[in-house]
Design a protein around this ligand. Sequence first.
Ligand SMILES: [Zn+2]
Length: 258
Amino acid sequence: MHLSVGPAGRVLAGERTGQRAPCRSLTSAVRQSSVGTVTAPVSCPRCGQLVRPPGLWSDAWTCAEHGAIAPVHAPVMPSDPALSQIARRSQVPLWLPWPLPRGWLVSGVQYAGDDHSGPVATALALSGPNPLVIEVGDALSADLVVVAEQPGVGFAARLAGLPGLDPGPTLAAHPSDAHLEAAGHATPMWSFAIGPEDPGDARAGVAYVGEALGEWLWVITWPRPATAVLLDHFTLVDLRDPHHVYDLPYGALSPRLD
Ligand SMILES: [Zn+2]
């Protein structure tokens, strides 16, 4: 049986050849986007490197290595206005685990996309108590990032510390091993370990990947035992739903956004 976990059957197609930008000096690259008088750093969703704004040679933001990309804007402290602004303009869901796992806070929001497209990838971070503290020295806190993105953006893979746009062909080698509820639909998810092999390393986590509302859905957790929060009827709501009431508990900005 052919397993397909990605939108539009492109799941495990691997690297997409990006449009190459005209050869120009990196020294003239900029990492700022301007909105009126406000400037904010922006970066490539795939490598985090300097990106160049639309100009004479291209009508898209471009990365010297990856060509035309959807620029990633700096993470921001979550608030009702910040979430509603992103949700209102977004082409992809802005997923919120709801109800929140017990004791967890919303700890940041970030997106990729330009002024014309609006967000084509969104990431919502949450932080809370590590649900499985067994030994002295185990991390007491845990982090979770929920990402929705269009195929080919690559921001979720960057947050997970993976090269390329998606988990690659190894994912289809096993059946889905978890189910979430997203926008009222049971959603199969495929998991794999990310980061160093040592589970005690703060960078060691687990990523779950699936498809919901026609877009990639990633749920990334650190440290690895934090996956336990997904076992307790983990349900996602789309904050683009105008009927959703915000008024959420907010915490300090998560270091897992980038
Ligand atoms: Zn790049």
